[in-house]
Write a protein that binds this ligand. Structure first.
Ligand code: GLN
Length: 326
């Protein structure tokens, strides 16, 4: 691979934000989770980390935001590490072509969600990382038995891959999600009815609501995604985070399914495996090159950051990072 000068990457980051800035008010901040609705729509940030550890930041790159569905990439990693290929019996790996919280396919497909990056699929995936026989519960801050250990595991995994112990879960956002969680409860109960959850619905949702409420900066997220750009090994610590096979599977699923019914559009425009969240963040992986995260809270109709996607499109093109480039 030809190594790009870091000044070139920095220029591309700043230029990408300049291209995206005029679109800040085009998107809508997510309002169905009350704790997210008060976020200022004018935030815009980008951070990229290369495999050799160079970092660039532009705009609001070190302001923490709610990573929401981007957490699904990390719980997918943990589930594959724990149960391996058996995961795919619980959840598919096909694009859904439907909204992130859609329920329609679940009935016709017997409670097996299309992929781990839509809500139903992420809930089924999270179910797999909960250890059975956890402490009985509800005593510690309202978290249900069995859930506490999984929540702690997810938080500490993110601290490890982000190389930052400051990464934490925003408990107000988690509570807000739980309070407004009827849709996710419906998805979970529907899967439970088909026997596709191994733990009680409320235990699984407890973990799911907490993972979505992880608060991170663009810089922490880009750093955390680096193992996915390096066949499962963290290039900066040399530690294997997941197997080569799992890493390839995760990137393939991100490319096809990372933005729900907007995934094809993102693949065409950006050309990188990516994952968006309704907090306005997007993580994208450039295999063999690096990872990049953007944040801007205004979303398009599919729930992907409007300006964030514009910035990534420009950034990827400027660096020729698309996986389809030769
Ligand atoms: N926590 C959100 C939900 O469950 C995540 C959705 C998203 O980021 N697309 O609806």
């Amino acid at each position: 691979m030809t190594r790009l000068p870091i000044s070139h990457i920095q220029e591309a980051a700043e230029a990408a934000l300049n291209v995206a800035r005029p679109y800040l008010r085009e998107g809508r901040v997510a309002s169905y989770i009350p704790a997210l609705s008060s976020v200022n729509p004018d935030h815009l940030g980008l951070a990229a980390v290369t495999l050799d550890g160079h970092t660039v930041t532009a705009g609001d790159a070190v302001t923490p935001f709610s990573i929401q569905s981007i957490s699904k990439v990390f719980t997918l990693t943990l589930a594959l590490n724990k149960v391996g290929e058996k995961l795919w019996a619980r959840v598919g790996r096909e694009p859904s072509g439907t909204a992130f919280n859609s329920i329609v396919q679940l009935e016709s497909e017997a409670g097996r969600p299309r992929n781990p990056l839509i809500n139903a699929g992420a809930i089924a995936t999270t179910d797999q990382i909960i250890n059975s026989g956890g402490a009985s519960g509800g005593a510690s801050g309202g978290v249900l038995g069995g859930a506490r250990e999984a929540i702690d595991d997810i938080e500490s995994f993110l601290q490890t891959v982000a190389m930052d112990t400051a990464v934490e879960i925003d408990l107000d956002v988690a509570a807000s999600e739980a309070a407004a969680g009827s849709r996710n409860r419906s998805l979970a109960h529907f899967m439970a009815a088909f026997g596709n959850l191994t733990h009680p619905v409320e235990t699984v949702l407890d973990v799911y609501f907490h993972q979505c409420a992880l608060k991170m900066t663009c810089l922490q997220l880009a750093r955390a995604g680096l193992y996915l750009a390096n066949e499962g090994v963290d290039p900066l610590t040399g530690k294997r985070i997941t197997s080569v096979d799992h890493c390839r599977q995760i990137n393939a699923v991100m490319m096809q399914c990372g933005h729900y019914d907007n995934s094809g559009e993102f693949a065409v425009r950006v050309g990188l495996p990516g994952k968006s969240g309704v907090g306005g963040g997007i993580l994208a992986i450039a295999p063999g090159k690096g990872a990049v995260a953007v944040w801007s809270p205004g979303l398009n109709e599919a729930g992907t950051s409007f300006s964030g996607a514009a910035a990534l499109e420009h950034f990827s093109a400027a660096l020729d990072w698309s996986v389809f480039s030769v």
